[in-house]
Design a protein around this ligand. Structure first.
Ligand code: TGC
Ligand code: FAD
Length: 401
């Protein structure tokens, strides 16, 4: 604010986008440019259609290529392998802006970049990288990531999906459950046990004999994201499709670290959208002859929401700075994913109350975010699993088993 009481343009922007601790001051020009580009794209391509797609439980598959054009797939992977060549904070900010639109749209990008491109980039052969990564980076190919099974969710090490060797092929059997994008995917990165019982990553292309990916219906959450199974019945895959550089659970778990990091940022976007809607509504809605924003109980809700959002922003930023130095540990990522997703869900519930009855309608984004966040709280490691990861970090004692 100037001395004469006028507000500077930058400050208007900060109020509009609820940057109460000048977190923007921690960001570079490149970060701000990336954010502006994605924010504009979301406003133009996602916001006008998302309630409708969500209500119809339909995935806006036409957005896959647009996400590639704005660099949402693997923003921090090298450009020569289809990534954006940016840093981890830019990656986080892009996820935040996508999830301001919808968690399902952020999921499209998380899976493609962190769970499909990243394992191929990190653990694949040069030939696999050249074959798949450029087309995944543009959205010409859509990928999915198969770890969870019907009977092994939080405990993926117990997985039953396995393969045996047959000359220069493997024969894969088993099934995966709850797989984002699987019914529309061109390829799946599947985690399966080799003949020695070691977990290996395998790239399975969609037309491989013995492979199918039926959709799962009836989801009341993440409705604009498509989810399915992966079924392998004597599925014959070339041995050349095995990711050569990793064996063991640390393979899929390191991909999850990358994706959980993005979710820690993404959830802030959903929270901001709920807060923004609640703040506007509370200033416009008149009860007892004054805006409901003038009542102390409404202000308590809004003040607590922006406090928690600000804490989450600072946690995400510090995690991003550590990630840029290659120092973000899995336990630090767990803490941020768990805290920020829960924070966003609490914001959605508070925002819903501020909107009164209107809060349950699709005229406002609140219920959609709230329903989406129930999935986000569970996938990529449940709220309680991340608590136990933190518990193990601070006590040194494993309470999972
Ligand atoms: P544990 O013995 O602890 O670990 C096995 C090996 O993995 C290493 N490790 C990690 N490495 C990299 N990053 C991490 N985050 C890691 N966590 C562990 C660990 O050091 C060890 O390495 P080594 O060399 O000694 O073998 O494994 P555990 O069997 O005891 O399990 C631990 C537990 C429960 C924490 C883990 O399995 C877990 O995280 N469970 C949750 C499962 C989960 O998150 N599933 C997500 C499925 S994918 C998904 O949800 C996508 S949603 C997509 C969308 O956005 O739409
Ligand atoms: P369970 O593991 O059965 O857990 C049930 C409850 O038990 C939870 O509250 C959990 O916290 C608790 N629990 C489990 N173990 C313990 C313990 N040791 N101590 C205390 N409590 C415990 N997976 C993929 O591989 N790829 C995907 O693309 C993907 N996308 C998804 C999309 C959606 C919409 C959803 C809903 C899920 C997706 N998942 C995906 C699966 C997701 O990662 C799993 O749902 C999640 O890991 C939890 O597994 P589960 O559902 O089997 O629950």
């Amino acid at each position: 604010m100037h001395d004469n009481g006028t507000v500077t343009t930058a400050r208007v922007d900060k109020f509009q986008y609820h940057d109460h601790y000048d977190v923007d001051g921690l960001l570079s020009e490149d970060h701000l440019l990336a954010r502006a580009a994605v924010r504009d794209w979301v406003k133009k391509e996602v916001t006008p259609i998302i309630e409708d797609y969500s209500e119809r439980a339909e995935c806006p598959t036409h957005l896959f290529k647009g996400l590639g054009e704005i660099g949402a797939y693997g923003p921090s992977l090298p450009t020569e392998y289809g990534g954006g060549g940016m840093d981890e904070i830019a990656y986080g900010i892009i996820m935040q802006e996508l999830e301001r639109g919808d968690s399902g749209i952020r999921s499209m990008a998380s899976v493609q970049g962190s769970l499909v491109m990243y394992p191929i980039y990190r653990f694949g052969s040069e030939e696999q990288k050249r074959k798949y990564l450029p087309k995944l980076g543009t959205g010409e190919y859509i990928g999915c990531f198969g770890l969870t099974e019907p009977d092994h969710g939080s405990n993926p090490s117990g997985m039953l999906t396995h393969y045996k060797e047959d000359g220069d092929h493997i024969i894969l059997n088993g099934s995966k459950m709850w797989i984002t994008n699987s019914p529309v995917a061109d390829l799946a990165v599947v985690w399966a046990k080799d003949p020695e019982g070691k977990i290996r990553g395998v790239i399975v292309e969609k037309d491989t004999p013995g492979f199918s990916a039926p959709a799962i219906h009836g989801k009341l959450s993440l409705r604009a994201s498509i989810t399915g199974e992966l079924v392998f019945e004597d599925c014959r895959v070339p041995k050349a499709n095995i990711l050569p550089e990793v064996a063991g659970l640390k393979g899929p778990l390191s991909c999850l670290s990358k994706a959980r990091y993005g979710i820690a940022w993404g959830a802030i976007g959903a929270a901001l959208d709920c807060y923004d809607s609640a703040l506007r509504y509370s200033k416009e809605r008149i009860q007892f002859d004054k805006p409901i924003a003038g009542f102390q109980l409404t202000q308590k809700k809004l003040a607590e929401m922006i406090t928690e959002i600000t804490k989450a922003q600072l946690l995400a930023w510090r995690l991003g700075a550590l990630a840029n130095e290659g120092k973000a540990s899995p336990a630090q990522i767990s803490m941020a994913k768990r805290n920020n997703v829960h924070m966003a869900l609490v914001c959605a519930r508070e925002a819903r109350q501020i909107h009164g009855g209107m809060g349950i309608t699709n005229e406002y984004p609140i219920m959609r975010h709230m329903m989406n966040l129930e999935t986000v709280l569970t996938y990529e490691g449940t709220h309680d699993i991340h608590l136990l990861i933190t518990g193990m970090e601070v006590t040194g004692i494993n309470a999972f088993k």
